[in-house]
Every structure is written in C-alpha cells, then in structure tokens.
Design a protein around this ligand. Structure first.
Ligand SMILES: O=C(CO)COP(=O)(O)O
Length: 131
C-alpha cells in the first residue's frame, strides 16, 4: 500500500487541513504517517487514520527521515513556513536531504503536495489494474 508522510509547520497547518479534506477520499486509501501535532489535527478535522510520530521539534522529522532510509515511504507532503525560523532547522534539512538521496518525492507547498498525492494515487491505480 502507498505510504505517505504528512507534515506541516504551525503557520501551514490550516493549509494542510484544507488539503487533506479536499483529498480525503484518495488519502483514505493510503497508509498515512505524520509528525505529532500535524497528525493530531488531521485526525481531529478529517476522517483519516494517521500513525503519529513525535512532534517535529523533538524528533518527528528525524523519525520520518528514518522511514525514508528504510524504503517505507512513497512520498512526503511537508508544508513549510518560509517566514519563520524553526529551532529544528538541521532536522528539516536532513529530512530534505535524505529524500534527495533516496529519490523520494517531497512536496513543500500546497500545489506541489496536490501533484504528489494525485501522482501517487495514479500509480496505485495503475498497479491495481495490472495486478
Ligand atoms: O515541526 C514540524 C516539522 O518540522 C511539524 O511538527 P508537528 O506536526 O508536531 O507540529
């Protein structure tokens, strides 16, 4: 099953909620993982089940990065706030780097996130049809 990570900085959490509500039908067919607070909000505000890691600043981004290394993730939607410095910037940079190392698609704004979600849904549909 397609496994996707959802992460949003505080100022982008409402955008993430909007995105997951719009794509709820597609996302409900995926295996979802999220950083702590993002996951909490998604489960409260959308009809989606999400595996929650730690919050980003205390290691959640790093835990998602470990899944990338282990080959468990097909894509990441990570809505970043470009206007606010983050205390865990090194962790964020490490997650982005490891996605590049392992060629895992990482979307950092809403429109790119929609492309990733739609693309992964199309891939899953293609796999289902050829199975
Ligand atoms: O800080 C984050 C990503 O860098 C997100 O963490 P939370 O989802 O716990 O807010």
């Amino acid at each position: 099953m397609t496994r996707v990570a959802l992460i949003a900085h505080d100022d982008k959490k409402s955008t993430m909620i909007d995105l997951v509500q719009e794509y709820e039908a597609v996302l409900s067919s995926f295996d979802l993982v999220a950083t702590g607070t993002t996951g909490q909000r998604i489960m409260a505000e959308a009809d989606l089940d999400v595996e929650r890691k730690e919050s980003g600043p205390v290691g959640g981004d790093t835990q998602i990065g470990a899944e990338v290394v282990e080959g468990r993730l097909d894509g990441i939607v990570f809505l970043q706030d470009p206007m606010t410095a983050q205390p865990h910037e090194p962790d964020i940079g490490a997650l982005m780097r490891i996605c590049n190392v392992h060629d895992v698609p990482l979307a950092t704004c809403r429109s790119a996130g929609e492309y990733v979600v739609r693309g992964l849904a199309r891939d899953e549909e293609t796999r289902r049809q050829s199975a």
